[in-house]
Ligand binder design. Structure first.
Ligand SMILES: [Mg+2]
Length: 113
């Protein structure tokens, strides 16, 4: 099963459960906040050492993808296409001048020894 097929399944579930299937049915900021909640739950699970099982990291990562696929589906975004585009962009991107690396280098220089 590819990502587009998964997205279709998520939208079928969203329709069945009345989670919204088009932009007028949802509040974008609320859906984004709920996605963020799943990210926090994954962190909480990791910090508690719960990698598997109910409310474990694995389940929370799945929740993140489910909520992302749902939000993308509501806005008719082909996430598979967007991810493939982003992977190509990242391959072509020169990270050597990236601010993240500069900040990381600066932090490493300031580390107590
Ligand atoms: Mg969750």
């Amino acid at each position: 099963m590819n990502l587009s097929e998964l997205q279709k399944k998520v939208m079928e579930l969203a329709n069945e459960k009345n989670w919204g299937t088009k932009p007028d049915d949802v509040i974008f900021a609320e859906k984004l906040a709920l996605l963020h909640q799943e990210v926090s739950e994954a962190l909480e699970a990791y910090r508690a050492g719960r990698l598997t099982g109910k409310d474990g990291v694995q389940e929370e990562l799945a929740d993140i993808i489910l909520r992302t696929l749902h939000l993308a589906g509501v806005y008719n975004i082909d996430l598979e296409k967007e991810i493939l585009k982003k992977i190509k962009l990242n391959y072509d991107r020169d990270w050597s001048n990236d601010q993240l690396y500069k900040d990381r280098d600066l932090r490493n220089k300031n580390k107590p020894r």
